[in-house]
Design a protein around this ligand. Sequence first.
Ligand code: PLP
Length: 401
Amino acid sequence: MSRFLYLDNAATTKTAPEVLEAMLPYFTEKFGNPSSVYQFAAGNKSVIDEQRDLIAATLGAKGKEIYFTAGGSESDNWALKATAEAYAQKGKHIITTKIEHHAVLHSAQYLEKQGYEVTYLDVDEDGKVRLQDLEAAIRPDTILISVMYANNEIGTIQPIREIGAIAHEHGILFHTDAVQAYGHLPIDVDACHIDMLSASGHKLNGPKGIGFLYIRTGVKIRSFIHGGAQERKRRAGTENVPGIVGLGAAVKRAFASMEERTGKEKEMRDYLIGRVLEEIPYTRLNGHPTDRLPGNTNFSFRFIEGESLLIRLDMKGICGSSGSACTSGSLDPSHVLLAIGLPHEIAHGSLRLTLNEEITREDIDYVVESLKEIAEGLRRMSPLYEDFMKKQAGRASEKNR
Ligand SMILES: *Cc1c(COP(=O)(O)O)cnc(C)c1O
């Protein structure tokens, strides 16, 4: 029987059945516009506010601090561009990192074109921001620090509490892209001094095209979409009621099951990491060994092209993703893998497998056996590997002489 193993949960997740079920009535009988005055639609206004309160409670925030958006990318764009504009009088310097998602990086680059200055912090070899680098980058005109909670490629979790404390001490706003972390790790916006936080429904078994931006009371931020009075006049447009209800159901599910679910993921993650590093030679793990997302694994295989690996895994029914971007027409490997110091050729041989709680030990065994076979096959075809093995053999015989 042919297998199908979806191991790309950092790219997107399956919508949970209870999420879909919660959404359905809002496509059918409960289709009213929440802004309408009649009874029939009024219920949709209150159901939105219920989701706001539910989400706020998971963060230690207030309902009115949750603004629904069309997903993580929009939340990131809003957080950066609109605060930059609102605080331009105070200064035009922003600090972020080299390993952010492109929704943050490209927003920052856009702001540079608008006359803002951006410092992109380096990270260490595990992908963590160094606090002393952050301190050193702060200037009197710094208005915003944006550091992701956990990285989508290598899974590294940042020292968010410490970063927040530094931002707070200097009176600088702190935004975090928590798209990979929210629903997978506990988050407390007060303890971490987070002023803005981005999250997305489809990364936690919710629907695509819905997310939110948490904006702490008192933060001046410009409206992102102008029009009607929705989202306290800051993000106009008729609310995506089914999406918001689906997001709420996904959040409820994610927080109720967090401990058990992530416990299973961590166990399978560490089993996969252990076996791959032990059984496939010339392989390394990318990202922090312990401070990493529960379901994230990211490996580099020397003498192997990530794209070829993906294609062969696909033939075995395994969906993964690669750190190289050949398919998108670019020859540059992932900016994250380069930022942790990998040389191009090693970054090109990278593979990200991101698990969910359904993965079993037997599934992992199948993945490891498949990887071993594929890696051997690809290396046999690699002239670089052949050269390397000849040199190794030469060295060994010299030693024996
Ligand atoms: C997926 C992702 C985003 C983008 O979210 P969308 O809802 O797909 O727009 C932003 N940041 C990170 C870290 C992500 O993993």
